[in-house]
Write a protein that binds this ligand. Structure first.
Ligand SMILES: [Zn+2]
Length: 313
């Protein structure tokens, strides 16, 4: 995530950069830093204290820091860990100072109030603690907790796989949802654009429609949704071209549905074939750009796939 030079400026150089995450111990406290999809930083600090059951005082302290610094977006404190979402910064050079401002006062607080650090899940200091990659987020865990988390995720996967959707209602829902996307596509076209946002809305509404009518999105649900999205982008493109043709021919008494039916002939007659396919390709590209992450995420969660991996130091 950072160069060696920048990483040495972070928390007095106590952490190591592992390219996709940063981890280490700062003054005896286990710390990991991940980047979220939206560019925010997710900082985990392992801490607990006998004199602060449930980390209530730690939570209050971090909550109060939100009033002092802009670098803390939100915080989630559990019995043995504080998970902090820190705002993003666009200048890579400023990242160490940015994160120091978020984390250092918390480390000072932990140290002066004699908190200790162990497994981020159970808090144990008795057994060895290692850094694990759990679905892309890094945490220090004892081997017992790592095994427990892995088996919980494996149980969840079995649940996901045994949860089947209702295909026919799902298809109806996906088609209804995609119509909303087509409408947005049509409206944005009238303003003279083909926008990625229309593709994103089509994808989100199609998946939502399938889920509402078909109960869950399983693997076949994802395939249905992708097919519906491909079809509806084509359909939306036909409609906007038909509407343009209708505007041109309506004085000759030709209706919209006629234009829709013969739109390919109209395109050929007016030697607009290149432009037509260019627009269609652009629409597919924009849809892909706007929605590929949704599609990938839907596919991932439909298979219940998970990852638990012990990291090397
Ligand atoms: Zn543990």
């Amino acid at each position: 995530m950072l160069s060696n030079k920048l990483c040495s400026q972070l928390l007095d150089g106590s952490l190591t950069d592992h390219k996709t995450y940063i981890s280490g111990t700062c003054r005896g406290y286990y710390v990991t830093v991940n980047t979220a999809e939206n560019g925010m930083y997710i900082i985990n600090i392992s801490a607990h204290s006998e004199s602060d059951p449930g980390n209530a005082a730690l939570r209050d302290f971090i909550e109060s820091r939100k009033n002092v610094t802009n670098q803390i977006q939100s915080v989630n404190v559990s019995n043995n860990n504080a998970s902090i979402v820190s705002t993003r910064t666009f200048l890579i050079k400023k990242v160490p100072a940015h994160l120091n401002e978020a984390i250092m006062p918390i480390i000072d607080f932990l140290e002066s109030n004699r908190y200790v650090s162990g497994c981020m899940q159970c808090g144990t200091q008795m057994s060895e603690v290692d850094c694990y990659d759990i679905n892309g987020s890094h945490r220090y865990l004892c081997s017992d907790c790592a095994v427990k988390i892995e088996s919980a995720l494996s149980d969840k996967k079995q649940d996901v796989l045994s949860n089947k959707s209702n295909l026919i209602p799902g298809i109806v829902g996906a088609l209804l949802g995609s119509m909303l996307g087509c409408l947005v596509y049509f409206l944005i076209w009238q303003l003279g654009y083909i926008a990625a946002i229309a593709g994103l809305i089509t994808a989100v509404c199609t998946f939502k429609g399938y889920e509402m009518f078909g109960k869950v999105i399983d693997k076949k649900g994802v395939i249905v949704c992708v097919l519906v999205i491909i079809f509806s982008v084509f359909f939306a493109n036909q409609i906007v071209w038909a509407y343009d043709a209708f505007k041109a021919y309506k004085d000759d008494g030709i209706g919209f549905f006629e234009c829709f039916r013969y739109i390919n002939d109209v395109v050929k007659l007016n030697e607009l074939t290149g432009q037509y396919y260019g627009n269609l390709a652009m629409a597919y590209l924009m849809t892909l750009l706007g929605s590929y992450r949704n599609i990938v995420n839907a596919f991932k969660s439909s298979t219940g796939s998970f990852k638990v991996k012990k990291m090397k130091d």
